[in-house]
Design a protein. Structure first.
Ligand SMILES: *Cc1c(COP(=O)(O)O)cnc(C)c1O
Length: 803
């Protein structure tokens, strides 16, 4: 049905009529979207079935990627691209006077994630399928994804997100494969054949119903699966309030928690975690049993990866199934479990490390808790043998201590591999945050620098740049992103650079139009587009960016000789609804924008834009249009960052600290092709350890800082009264925990260098081209290949598929 445009048209019109009982004339864009979505899903169904069949029959090892978040964004456009049918569809629709772009635009993002961690999981799925690897995702089908953000009077307002309102063409509900997950209840001890064993009984069941979404590889026959679990009432209990039971069960998959950097100690969150883990493990084990009739080879045929600690209960849950249901001995069960699970750490921020009060944990998951106790006891005994008498060390490393379950400790003890997400991050884990564990288990620790799928963030998001690249070096880069390095030969080629300039100009105009439509602000598309888009968090230091804008504004007002290349500062960021400080920073950005954009004296040079509701689909318009990529976190705090890679791949130059993957970006392109500033991680860590930082000194000795900070609270920003006092206090009274004032001067200097560099257009284009040429390393294809060979031990099934 997609072989040529005529047969596509026929199939499309027929399907439209059959599905909606409407004539083509009466149909809406929404109808067209769902019709097309259903056609694509039917088109891939035989490949989907045969991928599963081949994985089963070939007895090949599988990986299951467990993640509490999958930030997928829109699926239609990417699926058409990966299937290689987007052009046929586009032309076929065009003859019917329908624009494919319009159809793609009405798809609501699947926003089942907060930020980088969830987007990473989505990029990994694309790479797994495109590399023909047997790898599947397991997550939760939240009814409401991350909230929709509105900006009203400069303040963030949150609205519930409703991605399922118009239905979801991509998912297939599989009620026959539903699984029961039990909460509460008690543990019963039973004696069988003279052996004691345990059972979780009298639990409150929740039914986990799988919704499968196909994950379509780029021009391959592989269609993997993302399985999302929906929580529903199981058989209704007679003795309970039925409505209350229904409400409570459905609540489990109702909302995504809108925070990725603070631990959230709510019981519903813990329920979600166990729900994901228990349903996924039971389902994986059921499939394994069907194929092998035994679990003794489980770890040889299955790898389970946990994306951060949220799914760490996979460890005691697998133990529970092997012990209580499979009746294995502890040692055998532990051998299998601790050779099946691997774990990625995403943060060193202590406020983000998950810890659950035992008081809360134990009643909800009594048998799982009991198993954690046993794991802890055996682990502490091992520690005692290695470090006799070193009580302090054992206390620090224990899984259960001070009334808390320490999820990261459980993850390290129960996994065969533990990885960080960028070189510097892994080094910090080994040398500091997890030093004791690294000493005890040196072979477990390894690095896997994050990546992004270049097929979404370049091929799909930036077709103009993609065509240019393909014209110059051919299209091999789409399957083999490291071949982007061939562009290195052209970084001084005038016609390539001219092409690059034209493409960037085109994309900046497009974003300028979107900005005008959404905010009413008219921006100069010849100005430097200086962009900071990411979750709003103190450590990401959007505040440093705003303070610099306030400084630039002051200079422009006071010094008639001060000249800059016109600059547009663009922000996009959601703040967690309960994160008071982050919401203040959003308001501050908008207040500064109000002043700056309305001042006729400065507005030719300076514009500030806050784009509301930052999300994947909006990001796809932002990265291609950026000149400058703001990656200005306090060194040591950003584990990797992936936004930095999307910018680089689209030819933006990084202005950043030596943090996360910025370090590797700067190594890849060389110091002349990035703007690095600020404290190094060691310096930050040394301040933290030894003290010696006094924010007041920077306030007193730097007039620029004094003036900017005074303007936070002196009425300069209209109608804000004492709104920004908490920000002022965080910088001075609380001694500036994120070293904003310490890095201010260095940031200003780096910004001046950006300004000067941009004046030399040819040089700038060369730098931009160099960044694109070296971005192949940051494709998630490279990342996934490393995981596949170093951690999971899985192999491409390409040869099997072609048979
Ligand atoms: C890539 C991405 C992120 C992560 O951005 P960082 O700059 O790495 O924090 C967050 N949200 C969306 C929508 C993204 O696409």
């Amino acid at each position: 049905m997609f072989s040529d445009k005529k047969s596509f048209q026929e199939a499309f019109l027929k399907k439209l009529e059959m599905t909606y009982g409407k004539s083509f004339k009466e149909s809406t864009v929404q109808d067209h979207y769902h019709t097309l979505g259903n056609m694509v899903r039917e088109y891939i169904s035989s490949d989907w079935i045969s991928t599963n069949e081949i994985h089963r029959s070939s007895h090949t090892k599988q990986v299951y990627y467990l993640s509490i978040e999958f930030l997928l964004g829109r699926l239609l456009g990417q699926n058409l691209l990966n299937l290689g049918i987007r052009e046929v569809v586009k032309e076929g629709l065009s003859d019917l006077n329908i624009s494919l772009e319009n159809i793609e635009e009405i798809e609501v993002d699947a926003g089942l994630g907060n930020g980088g961690l969830g987007r990473l999981a989505a990029c990994f799925l694309d790479s797994l399928a495109s590399l023909n690897l047997p790898g599947h995702g397991y997550g939760i089908r939240y009814k409401h994804g991350l909230f929709d953000q509105k900006i009203v009077n400069g303040f963030q307002i949150e609205l519930p997100e409703q991605w399922l309102r118009h239905g979801n063409s991509w998912e297939v509900r599989k009620l026959d494969q539903a699984i029961e997950v039990n909460f509460w209840g008690e543990v019963e001890m039973v004696q069988e054949d003279g052996k004691f064993s345990f059972r979780h009984v009298k639990g409150e069941p929740v039914s986990a119903v799988p919704y499968d979404i196909p994950v379509i590889g780029y021009k391959t026959d592989t269609v993997n699966t993302l399985r999302l679990w929906n929580a529903e009432p199981s058989s209704f209990p007679v003795h309970k309030d039925v409505m209350e039971y229904k409400r409570q069960t459905e609540a489990v998959s109702e909302f995504l928690y809108p925070d990725d950097t603070h631990e959230d100690g709510k019981i519903l969150r813990l329920k979600q975690q166990y729900f994901l883990v228990s349903a996924s493990l039971q389902s994986i084990i059921r499939a394994h049993r069907n194929t092998y009739q035994t679990l003794t080879n489980f770890h040889e045929k299955v790898a389970i990866h946990i994306n951060d600690t949220h799914p760490v209960l996979a460890i005691p849950e697998l133990m529970r199934i092997l012990l209580d249901e499979e009746k294995m001995e502890w040692e055998d069960a532990w051998y299998i479990t601790s050779n099946t699970i691997s774990y990625t750490n995403h943060t060193t921020l202590s406020e983000a490390l998950e810890k659950w009060p035992i008081d809360l944990f134990q009643p909800l998951l009594p048998r799982v808790y009991m198993i954690i106790e046993e794991i802890n006891e055996r682990f502490c005994k091992e520690l005692w043998e290695s470090y006799p008498g070193d009580w302090q060390r054992i206390e620090n490393m224990a899984i259960l201590a001070h009334g808390l379950v320490k999820m990261a400790h459980l993850a390290i003890v129960g996994s065969y591999k533990v990885n960080g997400v960028a070189k510097i991050h892994t080094d910090i884990l080994k040398e500091r945050e997890m030093k004791d564990f690294y000493q005890f288990y040196p072979a477990k620790f390894n690095n896997k620098t994050n990546g992004i799928t270049h097929r979404r963030w370049l091929l799909k998001a930036n077709p103009q740049l993609s065509s240019l690249i393909t014209e110059v070096i051919g299209d091999q880069w789409i399957k083999q992103p490291h071949s982007l390095i061939k562009l290195q030969e052209y970084v001084k080629d005038p016609s390539f650079l001219q092409g690059l300039k034209t493409v960037k100009q085109q994309r900046k105009k497009l974003l300028a139009d979107i900005i005008q439509e959404q905010t009413g602000i008219k921006i100069d598309s010849n100005s430097i587009f200086d962009v900071q888009v990411k979750r709003l968090h103190a450590y990401k230091r959007q505040l440093l960016n705003v303070l610099h804008i306030m400084y630039l504004y002051n200079r422009l007002k006071e010094d008639p000789n001060f000249q800059i290349v016109p600059r547009t500062f663009i922000f996009g960021a959601k703040a967690s609804p309960g994160y008071y400080y982050a919401k203040k920073v959003i308001k501050l950005i908008n207040s500064v924008a109000d002043v700056v954009n309305h001042d006729p004296q400065t507005s030719p040079f300076l514009k500030v834009v806050f784009l509301e509701n930052y999300r994947v689909s909006l990001a796809e318009y932002i990265f291609p249009a950026a000149d400058v990529s703001e990656q200005i976190s306090t060194a040591s705090k950003e584990a990797s960052g992936t936004g930095n890679m999307k910018f680089m791949m689209n030819g933006a130059l990084t202005l950043g600290t030596m943090d996360g993957a910025n370090v590797e970006i700067s190594e890849a392109v060389g110091k002349d092709n990035v703007f690095i500033f600020g404290l190094k991680a060691e310096e930050v860590l040394s301040y933290q350890q030894n003290g010696g930082y006094r924010a007041y000194d920077y306030y007193h000795h730097d007039k620029r800082i004094r003036q900017v900070l005074e303007r936070l609270t002196n009425g300069f920003l209209p109608d804000t009264y004492d709104l920004f006092e908490p920000i002022y206090d965080s910088l001075l009274m609380q001694n500036d925990e994120y070293y904003v004032l310490r890095d201010f001067d260095s940031y200003v200097t780096a910004q001046q260098k950006v300004n000067e560099a941009y004046r030399n257009e040819n040089k700038w284009l060369q730098m931009s081209a160099t960044n694109i040429a070296h971005s192949g390393f940051f494709s998630s294809d490279r990342t996934i290949e490393e995981y596949a060979s170093d951690i999971w031990g899985i192999h491409s099934t390409k040869n099997l598929l072609n048979q």
